[in-house]
Design a protein around this ligand. Structure first.
Ligand code: ADP
Length: 470
């Protein structure tokens, strides 16, 4: 079975968030299960494309409305990512030092057309086309209805929603940029008088998945305007919990942390990373260390941080360390706090993969007061590194964390307010003081299996249900 994943991000090529981690891991596991998982994504101007050399496997010219754009499909000459990687090089549109911008319609439309043009002329077409998020949301529609791609009509398409907040809306004025299709199908593109790639994918993909079962249920109630659509298409929708790449996220072999550790020597291993972090950021290593890693946006609860951290640092004997970037007001507020609490709080505003690993290893607790969390990978990484998660009871967080009071291993709150989160931090601080239970818990959580094995198996079963004769 050949599965081609189409995505805007894929680790380690280009990563903005969890989408990259998933697309960089799932095909690896599919390959180890005997299927062939491949990835096709844009060729950006970044460190990965600077460091690698590439073979050209295809050259073509695509139509984007009246424009003709030359493109190439490149594959890395060296290095083994664990799956075949194909990069769509459209110099005028995709070769940028960012993945996303405010104005992405033409970029990702051209990307989707190039990907399909290439698949169309390939000798061996895939058995499944698996698209991820709205940047690839028009592919199921084009495969089913664009005249040019009629040969791809019978290839099943699977569409995974990693985040339904972002839908890729654009005006009908741009409809001519799409390859021609029967006018009677225009309704499939429309949602609220816009072309909505996410809605189109939900309508046209053969199957729709979300990255956790609870998120699928939540989208039926609240999906940034698409809840009615998700309810009406629910018979083809299923939630499959993401796994984590346990080869990349493994404290026993992680070169990015200060001292490698397993379950038996986790106390010493975690202490080494905590000491390193505390020294670097001027914090007291004796206090419980709460870390946050992520995008500073409302979805992650970032607008609450200033008041929350101020309250927690004023009232509890703890340290907080934050790594993230996003909303500029939040970034400024978080920088002000470094001056107010220089010995118990610090923040690195920016993106730093290596620091994130050290924080998963050296933190005592991971804070994730998200308002929306389709799956959330951070809490699963933190479990693997023995860092106890403090989370809001929603989406994938609800599916992966059980509260300590219920015989579990984390802290969950249902009221995601400053008061609700503060109470969880307070409970966690008290728990830290019971040193033996605290240390036992981190050994327990390191052994929870969130590898891709089971989730990859669920995807294979889903694909097989679409191609019963294979
Ligand atoms: P989302 O995709 O919504 O941002 P996820 O929890 O699914 O959230 O995935 C976030 C991923 O991005 C994790 O691998 C996390 O470690 C990483 N990450 C987020 N922000 C940063 C940052 N500033 N520096 C390093 N890694 C980050």
């Amino acid at each position: 079975m050949k599965i081609i994943h189409i995505s805007a991000e894929c680790y380690p090529v280009a990563k903005v968030g969890g989408l990259a981690d998933v697309v960089g891991a799932l095909p690896k596991y599919q390959n180890s299960e005997g299927a062939t998982g491949q990835v096709i994504m844009p060729f950006y101007k970044n460190n990965f494309t600077k460091e690698y050399t590439f073979d050209t496997v295809h050259e073509g010219s695509l139509k984007l409305g009246a424009d003709s754009l030359n493109f190439k499909i490149l594959t890395p000459e060296n290095g083994d990512l664990g799956f075949d990687l194909y990069l769509v090089d459209i110099p005028e549109l995709l070769f940028t030092n960012y993945v996303y911008s405010e104005n992405d319609t033409d970029r990702f439309l051209a990307f989707q057309i190039a990907a399909l043009d290439w698949i169309l002329q390939n000798k061996h077409v895939p058995d499944i086309v698996h698209c991820h998020d709205h940047h690839t949301g028009l592919i199921p529609f084009m495969m089913s209805h664009a005249k040019k791609y009629i040969k791809l009509k019978n290839i099943p398409s699977v569409f995974t929603i990693h985040n339904a907040q972002y839908q890729g809306w654009f005006s009908h004025d741009k409809i001519n940029l799409l390859p021609s299709f029967p006018a009677s199908h225009v309704g499939l593109l429309d949602w609220d008088n816009c072309i909505n790639p996410l809605a189109t994918a939900i309508k046209c993909a053969w199957r729709v998945t979300t990255v956790s079962p609870s998120y699928m249920e939540e989208l039926k109630v609240k999906a940034n305007g698409l809840e009615g659509l998700i309810n009406s298409e629910s018979q083809k929708c299923i939630g499959i919990l993401n796994g984590i790449d346990i080869k990349v996220w493994n404290p026993e072999s992680d070169d990015l942390i200060v001292k490698k550790y397993g379950v038996t020597d986790c106390d010493a291993g975690k202490k080494a990373s905590k000491d390193w972090l505390c020294k670097k950021f001027g914090l007291n290593p004796k206090k419980p260390l709460f870390v946050f890693i992520g995008r500073l946006v409302e979805e992650k609860g970032a607008d609450l941080f200033y008041e929350l951290f101020d309250l927690a640092l004023k009232n509890l004997d703890i340290s907080i360390l934050l790594l993230g970037s996003g909303n500029k007001t939040v970034e400024e507020q978080l920088t002000i706090l470094t001056r107010k609490y220089p010995k118990s709080y610090n923040a690195y505003i920016g993106y730093d993969e290596a620091l994130s690993h050290k924080m998963y290893a050296g933190g005592d607790y991971l804070l994730m007061p998200s308002r929306v969390e389709p799956c959330g990978l951070n809490q699963m990484y933190s479990l693997r590194y023995g860092t106890i998660p403090i989370v809001n009871k929603i989406g994938g967080l609800k599916d992966t964390v059980i509260d300590i009071s219920k015989g579990g291993f984390g802290f969950l709150h249902t009221e995601n307010t400053i008061k609700g989160i503060f109470n969880s931090i307070k409970r966690a601080t008290q728990f830290y003081n019971d040193s033996s239970e605290f240390k036992d818990t981190r050994k327990t959580i390191m052994q929870i299996d969130h590898s891709w094995d089971e989730s990859a198996q669920q995807y294979v079963s889903l694909y097989k249900s679409l191609i019963p004769n294979l």
